[in-house]
Design a protein around this ligand. Sequence first.
Ligand code: ZN
Length: 332
Amino acid sequence: MTKIEKDLRMIDKLVFVNPLSLSEYENYFENSLKAKSKIRELMNGQDKIVFEVDNDILGEEKERAFREEFRNQLKERYKVSKVFFVVISVMADSNLILNKHKTGMKFTKKVKEALSKENFEDIADEIILMYSQIKNSFIMPKSYFVISIDPTDFVLMGIGKGWKTCYNPIDGDHFTGAFSAGLDSSTILTYFTTDLEDPEKKLYRRLGVFTPDYKGMMLSTQYPYKNSSFEEFTISALKDTIFDKDNFVAKKDKTIRVHKNLSSQIFNDFVSSPSNKKENLYIGNPREEEILHYGANVSCLRCDSKPALQDIPICSDCEYEVVGDDWEEFIT
Ligand SMILES: [Zn+2]
């Protein structure tokens, strides 16, 4: 079986109705590789660059940042109250990243015990949940980091381990947007995964849009959550492989904006994301105010004569041919 056949079979398993035949998918694949030819040059002729990510023993700096974040959120929620002091005193004798109190007990267990003693056991679960959420944004599990222009990686970029985005092939309103990213000349995909063969094992993904001269890139929203360790790894891996190391900057820059190409079916991550998720992290050579564009206009992958719909990469005429009078079969 060729890679394309294997990929199509994987898509078959995930989507409700796969509208694409092997030759149609081969066609998409070839057009995608063509569109990314300049990016492939920067990747030394490869479609994927894979890094092994070690089960990082997180340094003191991370522990410090974790403690500060935990303390801030605790204070914001409980003010300078009895609860605040009880938890802070347990924290003083604990390592948060390792979840370990000096007695050998887990930090979370010790918090629960200390709060129960003061009759705050209801609040304990709330605080433990808060702790886990913050921890999720700091840890870096043993995994692989991938920089990719693989056409199938784009198609399946909307699904991961326990999360989906609007690009997902199952019920995504913008499934065609995934093809749209695969067919433009400026978008690249980065992700962390525990299994290189299984798209549903992706832990985290982030798109990048290149500047027209390919010397810089704007990174998009982090999915499914922000993670400072993943972010740092992503930036340094891109710096080491693709960009000029001498002039490299990584900074929030609102003067460099990203717009989708007008009729592209891509979802505009950069403009339409909720404001708390919105990011404008620019990396690469420093540059002036600029507008970057991304997302190809996907024409029906079947007949190539009308634009594809937003949620399926074919046009409405072809959709009718695929589903036809048997639509009831597809609903049940
Ligand atoms: Zn069509």
